[in-house]
Design a protein around this ligand. Structure first.
Ligand code: 4AD
Ligand code: MG
Length: 505
């Protein structure tokens, strides 16, 4: 048995595949079967003349998601996704599949989410999971190359890290406990022991709303570095993100094709410097008070709106034309083809209409933004619209940031935090900063945030015994997967998403 991804090494040889039938169409005396085995997809051709009648009948009867053992000769064909196809001589059924619920027609998103255990088998989900895997591997590769030690933080904790409103409470042998929101505090302790560390684990936030970028359980990568300030932190973040993009771009041509993800931006991201904007400057850009390369946010979005409206008009016209052709009477194949196009156009229009509705709201909320507030999702969309590469926003008003952030000695109203906002409307993928080392300021902050001091005594020890400047950040794995794959919603970035209203499957 070989894997589909290795077909290229067996040109003109006879091989055996064990796989599932993902699609099939038949012609006169010939069956085209698309197999998937987890490593890839391959077209198999069963020709009545090359097989026994029995084998041909089996091939003809295969339903979607039947598992099979297939023998055949590997033939080069540039038009195929992997460049090769199989000319079949034998087919055996391993496991039957009757009335597979996910077909090639459009399904509603809630239906697919309910069938997530099966939905994962579809091509698009397969592509996303492959990319997720490479991102995970490249994260380890980067940190290991750079001399970081992976050191994991506990999931059960007695500490709130990122505010008390999103805590999941649980019980730990009758003691009140939480599921961790972030491994950072433990990361700081481990950095004092090991120098440069990174945690890689699940983190939990009770987000009682449905948004396209919040999960209740997500994976976070949190490096923490002793003897680092926030400028050094930003240097690491930039190198790290460029590394991930480079690796994933080099490896996943096929997957990006499946996702119809235009990757031309990736080269720019690897080559260009990421702009570093102070919060003050970012606010000015947001409100249209400061231009970026001679362009102003408000004007840019007004132009975008015009374009969106023009596109909607154009698509409506296209649909009418296609409907007229169908009404004129065409063969079944052609009609299905046109109807598919119409359905796609209608979906596109729906998306554009959402945009047309959102843009004026974004413009208004950008104009109304009050200095000192945190950026909302739409504010991030507006700011990042002006850049092709991720931007790093630093020096934040300390009042909107976590208790542990280092205050700027020169401007005490500011904290040395940094948020990385991904382009193409994605917004925050990384949050981090330099940590407060002044014991008194830290105690003051813990009180101000009304956190129980006793739970933080161990953390304060880090400042009592050989405290050093240190910094770090947290990358949301699913956020970067969503952006890299350009997905409309975070739910497709993780095999089994946990979010408000979804615990199954
Ligand atoms: O900005 P956050 O809250 O920062 C921290 O947790 C810090 N303790 C990290 C650190 O400095 N070590 O979260 C970090 C990142 C966000 O930028 C985002 O990418 C992701 O975690 N994130 C979420 N991803 C999915 N769903 C959610 N509900 C998320 N909340 C945060
Ligand atoms: Mg954040």
């Amino acid at each position: 048995m070989i894997q589909i991804k290795d077909l290229k090494n067996f040109e003109n040889k006879t091989v055996e595949l064990q796989a599932w039938v993902t699609n099939k169409r038949g012609g006169k005396g010939i069956e085209f079967i698309i197999l998937r085995d987890g490593s890839g997809f391959a077209q198999c051709i069963v020709n009545e003349e090359d097989t026994s009648e029995e084998v041909f009948q089996i091939a003809k009867s295969l339903s979607q998601e039947t598992s099979v053992k297939v023998t055949g000769k590997v033939i080069k064909d540039e038009r195929q996704l992997g460049g090769f196809e199989l000319h079949v001589t034998n087919v055996e059924v391993i496991g039957k599949s009757v009335d597979y619920p996910i077909t090639n027609k459009e399904h509603g998103i809630e239906f697919l989410a309910d069938k997530r255990h099966l939905w994962l088998r579809s091509k698009r989900q397969w592509a996303i999971m492959q990319i997720r895997n490479t991102i995970i591997f490249s994260i380890h590769k980067y940190f290991q190359q750079e001399g970081f030690v992976q050191a994991d933080a506990p999931v059960f904790t007695g500490n709130a890290v990122e505010g008390t409103t999103t805590l999941f409470s649980t019980e730990f042998y009758k003691e009140e406990a939480y599921l961790t929101q972030s491994g950072q505090l433990y990361g700081e302790a481990m950095a004092m022991a090991l120098g440069k560390i990174y945690t890689f684990g699940p983190t939990f936030r009770a987000e009682k709303s449905k948004t396209r970028r919040h999960l209740s359980e997500f994976w976070m990568i949190e490096p923490e570095m002793a003897f680092h300030n926030n400028d050094m932190n930003m240097d690491v973040i930039e190198g790290f993100i460029k590394f991930i993009i480079k690796e994933v771009h080099a490896k996943h041509k096929t997957e990006f094709e499946i996702l119809e993800r235009d990757t031309s931006l990736f080269d720019t991201i690897v080559e260009d410097t990421f702009p570093r904007l102070t919060y003050d400057k970012a606010v000015k850009i947001l409100k249209g008070e400061e231009d970026v390369d001679g362009k102003n946010t408000i004007d840019t979005f007004e132009n975008d709106l015009k374009e969106v409206k023009a596109n909607i008009e154009e698509f409506i016209k296209e649909i009418a034309e296609k409907e007229a052709v169908i009404a004129g009477g065409v063969k079944k194949g052609k009609r299905n083809f046109l109807q598919n196009k119409i359905d796609t156009l209608k979906n596109d229009i729906k998306e554009l209409e959402v945009k047309a509705k959102n843009i004026p709201e974004w413009i208004q909320s950008a104009k109304d933004f009050k200095y000192g507030n945190d950026f909302g999702g739409s504010d991030e969309t507006v700011i990042t619209r002006m850049f092709d590469v991720p931007v790093m926003v630093y020096n934040w008003p300390h009042e909107i940031k976590a208790f542990y952030m280092k205050r700027d000695a020169d401007s005490p109203m500011l904290a040395k935090g940094v948020d990385v906002l991904a382009p193409e409307g994605y917004g925050e993928i990384v949050g981090g900063g330099e940590r407060e080392t002044n014991l008194d300021l830290l105690i003051e902050k813990i009180n101000e945030h009304e956190l129980p001091m006793s739970a933080f005594e161990w953390y304060l020890d880090l400042r009592r015994f050989g405290s050093v400047p240190h910094a770090g950040f947290g990358l949301g794995l699913e956020r970067i997967v969503a952006w890299v794959c350009k997905l409309p919603h975070i739910r497709e970035t993780i095999p089994f998403p946990r979010m408000y209203g979804r615990l199954f499957p």
